[in-house]
Design a protein around this ligand. Sequence first.
Ligand code: FEO
Length: 355
Amino acid sequence: MDEKVTLVDTVKKEFADQLLTNIGEIVDPKKVDYVVSNHTEPDHSGGLPRIMHKIGESKPVYCSKMGLKNLPLYYREKLNYHPVDNGGTLNIGKRNLHFLETRMLHWPDSMFTYCPEDRILFSSDAFGQHYAGPERFDDEIGEAIMPHAKKYFANILMLYSHLILQLVQKVTEMNLDIHLICPDHGIMWRKEPMKIIQAYVDWSTQEPQKKAVVVYDTMWHSTQKMAESIVAGLIAEGIEARPMHLRSFHRSDIVTEVLDAGALLVGSPTLNNGLYPTVSDFLTYVKGLKPRKKLAAAFGSYGWSGEAVKLINQELEAMKMDIVDGGLKIQFAPDDQALKAAYELGQKIGRTLKQ
Ligand code: FEO
């Protein structure tokens, strides 16, 4: 709120009227002078046409140069877009807004808006969480917010880890005094804004922990038994092992565990000369997120052809994982000897992780 009333980002299309109602508790929406669009993805811009219709379509919408390219491709209405320069400033009265491009974090159009007078960083998707509760601030929810922030990072930002480290360095060099971080998702960080920034550095570094994720699906429980023996072998080596059955855990929860794990083991039965569909789904998803610094191995039961282990290995190689074992194939149901081999595979991965 200043001489020029400014709205930073909107909401999903479905919630535009709710946003207008909320704004109306503070100021008549028609009195909004400027809109800043930090990011084109429709969870933040879907409400833009409706909001502009209500506040006045001739009012300026400030966005990055890539935002200027992308917004009109979503919304065919003629809006009064004003591209801002990286480092550019907009005066809104007693306050100024500084714009900082954060290209590919996580879209080409993404940017931050910083208000030095209030020491507020409007960080768009960064530092967000997919969390909606009664709390508004970090001090109101405490540590319970961190798993949500980690899950958000793992699923949205992991693949841009290298860019995040560069961005944090840049922001550090700019010596921004940050009193409050307002992400577009979840709670705001006012008690310890540096805590979430440090967490982003830690997660981006992806230092492997002594932890292994054993992801699998199973047709007749054979691959499941192999997974259980592998987990037992890992635990015997003192490794924190997470067995994750693909029809018991959503892929986004599995990827959250993969983020700081030192090893990923993937198990699939062979189905019609290929992978089990849930395993294909997971591998496609995790490959896109480009996890780094992982040991890996494949395993699985088969009936007569047995392609699954080879196919998993191809995906693990494509992800540049360090495949420490050629993989373990068992025909039909594992006997004691086969389960011992699975246990030993777990031990082998565990020992390598500890080196
Ligand atoms: Fe990239 Fe919250 O949208």
